[in-house]
Design a protein around this ligand. Sequence first.
Ligand SMILES: Nc1ncnc2c1ncn2[C@@H]1O[C@H](COP(=O)(O)OP(=O)(O)O)[C@@H](O)[C@H]1O
Length: 281
Amino acid sequence: MARALRVARSSSSLFSFGSRSYSAEASHVSSSPSPFLGARRDVTKERNVQWVFLGCPGVGKGTYASRLSSLLGVPHIATGDLVRDALASSGPLSQQLSEIVNQGKLVSDEIIVNLLSKRLEAGEAKGESGFILDGFPRTMRQAEILGDVTDIDLVVNLKLPEEVLVDKCLGRRTCNQCGKGFNIAHINLKGKNGKPGISMDPLLPPPQCMSKLITRADDTEEVVKARLRIYNETSQPLEEYYRSKGKLMEFDLPGGIPESWPRLLEALRLDDYEEKQSAAA
Ligand SMILES: Nc1ncnc2c1ncn2[C@@H]1O[C@H](COP(=O)(O)OP(=O)(O)O)[C@@H](O)[C@H]1O
């Protein structure tokens, strides 16, 4: 298991961006990750980014991890997708997984590390380097295994008020042809107790996808609530672990994609990244 995960280290020896330092100056970043790349600047100079996205179900990890992966040219690896691929295949693993996933429970560390190892190995064979992990690690054991085999540069912890997460999950749709994700939920949470409100417009599909939308089998209210409860029970030690290493960047999403994406780029000091890339080309 661990041997296969070591692929991540050997596959990460190429140059990418990384001469940047990061800070938590932006107001929506609620806790300071300032040292998280400073000490590692020389390491990241030599290879692509190795980032992790944490956050509750429905917070938007997939959306922002996938956008950053396109921007930075690193693979976005979502363990939930690996689980769904395994579920779609025939065989005993699929049956075993479906029971667990449909109850909103976590798959065993062994199965998930095995799926991730295989994905990293296949990526290395294709010349991939670096990664943005979404949905992994979810337990301390997973974090330790990851930490044993490779260096994580940054852990982004995305946050939204608890009240909107169920609606966001229930609004998720995927086009079964092009694979793109959408969300039909209208979020309009009023501010209270000094906390700002939040509104998010739906992310509607184009007409050609409209009749091909599917909903994840585990995005029912009961299963989403179970997933949120399990996430809240397991996430604190993980956050603490990465915070103590100075790698955790907390990011309170200020709204939907139009408000949040530029702010996230700013917090990551990537707001001028595209411009610099094309100037250097
Ligand atoms: N790192 C992991 N460890 C254990 N189980 C996982 C992991 N990643 C995904 N899964 C399984 O896959 C399901 C879907 O994951 P994901 O798409 O990340 O959903 P979520 O919307 O809950 O973040 C989870 O409920 C869990 O059963």
